[in-house]
Design a protein around this ligand. Structure first.
Ligand SMILES: [Zn+2]
Ligand SMILES: [Zn+2]
Length: 352
């Protein structure tokens, strides 16, 4: 079984297949031998809470969108609603992309403890689950990407449009209706050993509720009691809805549609639309090829808001040891290197 340190090691041949493959060829016998056994059958209470928790997490933000539209018609439109929705989206999604993903999961840069705490709290406000579960699940995804054991791959699936839709559903949200794997803990052991990060993880419900209370309070400050309700809806529920589906699109869309300039050993793709909406996370083939790189948009035109935040933090002295792939590593994976950047630290290997 491969170790986590092997994530991102050189792969065989580059592929430039630009569009989805409807059928994924069977895994080689040597790989199958290394795969984990079939997941256990979980108890009824675990299945019950996982299913209903996900159902409410998906439907309540959707109901919020409907309520938001209705109230805009009844009470009138305000730019405060747009500002609260976009402002809270950028803040909390930065907690996911810069914090949960690039910092905690892949250690693509280092920062101070207060910044770690802040990023952990902001990411928790997205209602995407506690920090350690998120990190464990995502490391599991990289370890078994698009193979058996990947918690949310759209591959493999049957041929034809029906198979494609089933794969898409499973990768987008279907996976969340099942309980977490029992061994998820061991994938985030390094973080669990740190009391501050355990605190951020254990107080997840508090941070999540805070992500609803803050926009409600700001709405009240600008627009009175009606603003408290609409702030809760637009800066809370609708913002959560957007964050959920954009993040889930990285799992579904970015493993199906887009370009694949680098040999990553899986079906990850660069998708420009998700690249922009997910603050840089949609350059997903780049990310799977160089998992520890702080920069996902490796070309100058690949907009990567999250890397911009990391660069700004670096400029302010709040981020250091920012990891980037070397030009040689970029070339080895199949595409000529972009003009800059010179790396501070080679990004090919996870340092665990
Ligand atoms: Zn992926
Ligand atoms: Zn990742």
């Amino acid at each position: 079984m491969p170790t986590l340190a092997q994530i991102g090691t050189p792969l065989s041949s580059p592929s430039t297949t630009p569009w989805p493959r409807l059928v994924v060829s069977p895994l080689p016998a040597s790989t199958v031998a290394k795969l984990p056994p079939a997941p256990p059958r979980y108890s009824f209470p675990r299945r019950f809470f996982a299913w209903w928790g996900t159902f409410l997490g998906v439907t309540l933000p959707l109901a919020g969108l409907v309520m938001g539209v209705v109230l805009s018609v009844l009470w009138g439109f305000s730019w405060v609603h747009v500002g609260l929705c976009l402002g809270m989206y950028l803040l909390t999604m930065t907690g996911i992309t810069v914090g949960f993903h690039r910092l905690f999961t892949h250690r693509s840069f280092q920062t101070s403890r207060p910044v770690e705490f802040l990023l952990g709290v902001l990411g928790s406000m997205t209602f995407q689950g506690p920090l350690l579960d998120w990190v464990g699940r995502h490391r599991l995804h990289h370890r078994h990407s698009d193979a058996v054991g990947d918690p949310h791959s759209p591959h493999p699936h049957e041929a034809g449009i029906r198979g494609l839709l089933r794969g898409f559903w499973r990768a987008h949200i279907g996976w969340a209706f099942a309980p977490m794997p029992d061994d998820l803990d061991r994938y985030a052991g390094d973080l669990r050993r740190r009391p501050m990060l355990r605190l951020v993880n254990d107080l997840f419900p508090l941070w999540a509720v805070l992500g609803l209370v803050i926009p409600a309070g700001l709405g009240w400050a600008f627009l009175g009691w009606q603003g408290a309700i609409t702030g809760f809806i637009w800066g809370g529920l609708v913002r959560i809805l957007l964050g959920h589906h954009v993040t889930w699109c990285v799992n579904s869309v970015c493993h199906l549609w887009g370009r694949k300039p680098y040999a990553s050993g899986d079906e990850s793709r660069n998708n420009a639309v998700i690249g922009v909406l997910a603050l840089g996370e949609g350059w997903h083939n780049n990310h799977h090829a160089f998992p520890s790189s702080a920069r996902h948009g490796l070309r100058w035109w690949q907009l990567d808001f999250s890397y911009g935040v990391i660069r700004l933090m670096q400029w302010c002295g709040l981020a250091w040891r920012v990891r980037l792939p070397t030009p040689q590593e970029l070339q080895r994976r199949g595409e000529a290197p972009p003009s800059p950047p010179q790396p501070n630290v080679a990004a090919r290997e996870c340092d665990r």
